[in-house]
Write a protein that binds this ligand. Sequence first.
Ligand code: ADP
Ligand code: MG
Length: 627
Amino acid sequence: MADIIQLLPDHVANQIAAGEVVQRPASVVKELLENAIDAGADTIKLIIKDAGKTLVQVIDNGKGMSPTDARLSFERHATSKIKSAEDLFQLHTKGFRGEALASIAAIAHVELKTKQASNDVGNALVIEGSQVVSQDVVVTPTGTSVAVKNLFFNIPARRNFLKSDTVELRHVVDEFYRVALAHPSISFVMYNNGSESFNLPISNYRQRIVNIFGNKTNEKLVPVDEDTEVLNVSGFVGKPEFAKKSRGEQYFFVNDRFIKSAYLNHAIASAFEGLLKPGMHASYFLNLQVDPQSIDINIHPTKTEIKFDDEHTLYAILRAAVKHSLGQFNIAPVLDFERDPNLDTPYNYKETVISTPKVEVDRSFNPFKDASQPSVTSTQRSSHTSSFSRQEGHKSSSDWEGLYVGLESKSNESVVDFSEVEFESEEETLSIFNGDHQVEQTHTTYQLHKKYIVSTIKSGMLIIDQFRAHQRVLYEEFLRNMTSREGVSQQLLFPLQLHFSPQDIDIVNQLKADLEHTGFVFSNVDEELVEITGVPVNVPESEVSIILEQLISDVEHEVPDSNFSATDLLAKSMAKSLAIKTGQSLQKDEQEHLVNKLFACKDPNVSPANRVTFVTMSVDELDKKFI
Ligand code: ADP
Ligand code: MG
């Protein structure tokens, strides 16, 4: 039989390799920025058009390339950075595989201009889909400019796979942050669609962080500095009170290279133990310098993962270093006292208004009344107390019901439902217990594990997921308010000032109109500050920053499809932030209120994220289990 194996042509091999190296415009940004740094540049300009889909260009003032090198740089495995396998363990450069430019040229239109300081003129090269279109002599400054246009022009499937411009730009900016944070001694400028997004002069590390994340960041940073034989740690951690709900600003650099490491992240989290509210994440910007021989960066094609020889020691040192800093700057007790969680103030507590305790008087109580008719008293007392507490503002239930204030105008009938349910259940009690157990009070709902609400229905039993159900309720209410533009606003006594990175501010600006329809009032949005003077009535002031953070992070991670809408995303995000969570115990009336609200929804069966909100079990099914 004839031989069937053949070598793939270079351009095909390059396209396949490109699949590993280039996933999206941000991958190109990373490779080009790293090449510029390896070339010794101290000024680097990044130009982006249409989130990098149309253009990614990097201009550096590094050492440039000779005309031959310029041509060779696009060959696969063409690198000036290593000569033998041993060099892999002594890496001082970012690149070493020699496949980035070859891969990029296989799937885009590339224009390279480069000149070495010793030459008067430079070289221009145009390559499209691995084919050299032209190579000419040009006048160009010392250094290199690489323009990558029309990414994936020859692989439509990959191009279609790219996310919205917002998402792709977010990835580009993330990559830019990582490189810029690792190199404060290099000046970076970034232009996006013709306007300057960042201008980062050469500076120290603290200043670089502040230049990227905004002036307010300065006061949040606690320095970390620890020099040991195996590891040198330097950088900053964010003070606990500035921790975020999303893992935004968490950066590890090992030998000036950004890496991801869940294990080392855990070391930081454990250093912050007891200082953060549950679910919050500290920010950090930490540089680890280790002997290049003790790491292997070769295990991942995009080089964000790394293998350390002795991870356990690194973990211990890192944890100790961060703890030490937090202690030194009076942020944590230096001695590690066991904390009694009961002494911790609950999250919302400090914002709540303290009200004087109220004495509830049962006006209908008559000590001389015939004790053989307790059931009537019980019913009266129960209904009386519940309306009493609602009018007088019983703290826990009014807090919770506050979530519905202003949303209720159109559906008051559910409140009526609720009182009917209450009487019904009392009657049931009577018939079951025949008045013997007058103190026994059964209701139609029951909360299970602070997670589910169990209720009886005609055919049997209903089990509702409280978090999902409440999300559905709020989601529909928010959508209604946004589309009819009649979200009710509650004026804040003092304007609320929230600080965000310029990137996050962009997102706030995009969503501002929709947010206003829900009831937010913005008095000012500038480069890094949002000032809010009004919030939707159903949003507690203490939750505002969490809602906005969650929203920003949702927009960033949004997977756009054809029917994506900002309004819908906002409604979903706010519903998620504000819904009662698993783990929250609910009073009977709250449970019933939620059940009624859920079934008043247009689509009660699923949560906004399309997950089942409730299941039912019929008496027949139950009977079968008892056979
Ligand atoms: P690697 O960076 O892994 O060596 P690349 O494909 O990214 O592989 O680049 C190939 C070679 O092209 C580099 O080794 C370097 O010699 C040269 N090169 C790429 N970009 C630049 C630049 N901006 N300035 C100078 N030389 C460059
Ligand atoms: Mg490279």
